[in-house]
Design a protein around this ligand. Sequence first.
Ligand code: IUR
Length: 448
Amino acid sequence: MLSIPELIKKKRDGQTLNDDDIRAFINAVTSATIQDSQTGAMLMAIWQKGMVATETQSLTREMMLSGDVMSWPKEWAGIVVDKHSTGGVGDKVSLVLAPALAACGYKVPMISGRGLAHTGGTLDKLESIPGFNVYLTATQVMETLSSVGCCIVGQTESLVPADRILYALRDATSTVDSLPLITGSIISKKGAESLNALVLDVKFGHAALYKDLASAKELAHSLMTAGNGLGICTGAVLTRMDVPIGRRVGNSLEVMESLEALKGRGPPDLMELVTTQGGMLMMMSGKVSSQSEGSKLISEAVTGGAALSKFQAMMKAQGVANEVAQSLCAAHADYHRILRKAEHQMELKTQTEGTVRDINGMVLAEVLHKLGAGRTKAGEPINHSVGAELLVSLGQNVKKGVPWLCVHYERPALSSDQINQLQNALTVGAPRNDTHSHTLVAELLLPQ
Ligand code: IUR
């Protein structure tokens, strides 16, 4: 067996690591028998030389096996599913899709992350609901899946420990943006959920990790190959991420919009993402013969109220008081009775008349982040009530001086620079009679 310096040299010199090499590296990481400097050097060698598909496969498997791998009752064979998004602004798809899938008879052991940089995290959003506990034990996960069908939880200490160690060192060594390292990190965690089917929402655009369709597609293929290699039927949807999803951005505002969606009043772009991904999972798991048939069932689970009931039951199973869960799910809920409203609201007005051509999600996210909606370092506190509501939609004709954005903020107030940045996020162009076309879903990739 090669020593750690020999393994680093092998990768550094551009040779292909075999299964034993990768197992030795990951075992050393997990057991802390490797120095951080050595791990950092290996990460940089991987960043520079890349990995062939067999290496990425092996890395993903060994990372998955570095901790507990969940196991499910035999009766659940074929129905354990999940989704993953590479991160968007206003992306609240999980909050609607997980309960919709549960309503369609699936088991969804969703392990989500926290927000970092400009993208929000599902766990942070859920924690804006008083009492919501994202840390369930393995037994509690099993109980919640048995009784409700879905849960949304954080990664525990014992699940893919190698990823936690590697992720921190990737951050410290500028090796986050490596295709094999991203693939290993994302898919090892999905592998540990012992899924039957997985759908990936791989985003591209100016508010996404990957800016263009071609590079997003490359990531999608890498993730799909690794997922399918672990025996998970894995498909992907490539979606545009320029304009925020839905009309609300910020943790508690997004919970409100998700609840509205679960009451059948969701914005069309959010619902398109939910039904597309749900439809793909239903087809991939063999329950329906086409994606559109699956999408229709997901849509019915939402409009008929079954998904809302699942969300309510999930909240209760994850620590939310019965009265709170019930109030939030009431047909005409007074959300701010339960979800704290920011102390201040400010409306920004359009500066010209015309057609809304762009609302830059990245700029919006960056300003909200600075106002306290996001964090720069893991573990930092965030302010759940900071966020923004879009008051106009893409393609809408607007007059000069009408409110287009309502910012929810707390002290200190927005600087004039921040107000300018937000004003520049809106592009209003010459009025056109044709309806603005903005196709969200660029392409579906199905497993072979
Ligand atoms: N999310 C993950 O779980 N891992 C990664 O490496 C990235 C996002 I980038």
